[in-house]
Design a protein around this ligand. Structure first.
Ligand SMILES: [Zn+2]
Length: 88
């Protein structure tokens, strides 16, 4: 979810995402993150491309149209949820 948000803003890569999530207080290991990213690519929410950076190859992820729509939907749900909480 938060991954999708950032992937819709710009291309992201695994290590950056781990550091980003850490800044929010979420600790995620590569062993957890990469399967998640892989699953999101399989489900059509993200695209992935490889970019050679000197000796290493980095995988860059970006949100697809489906990913953006999923994000908008999730946001709408959160908004409704927050409203319900407030009105309760
Ligand atoms: Zn973030």
């Amino acid at each position: 979810m938060h991954i999708l948000f950032h992937a819709s803003q710009e291309e992201i890569y695994g290590l950056w995402m781990i550091e980003e999530l850490a800044s929010h207080g979420y600790r995620l290991s590569p062993g957890t993150l990469y399967p998640m990213l892989h699953k999101m690519v399989e489900d059509g929410y993200l695209t992935v491309r490889s970019e050679r950076d000197g000796r290493t190859t980095r995988k860059l992820y970006a949100a697809t149209e489906k990913g953006r729509q999923g994000l908008a939907l999730a946001r709408e749900r959160v908004r409704i949820f927050v409203r319900e909480e407030r009105d309760a």
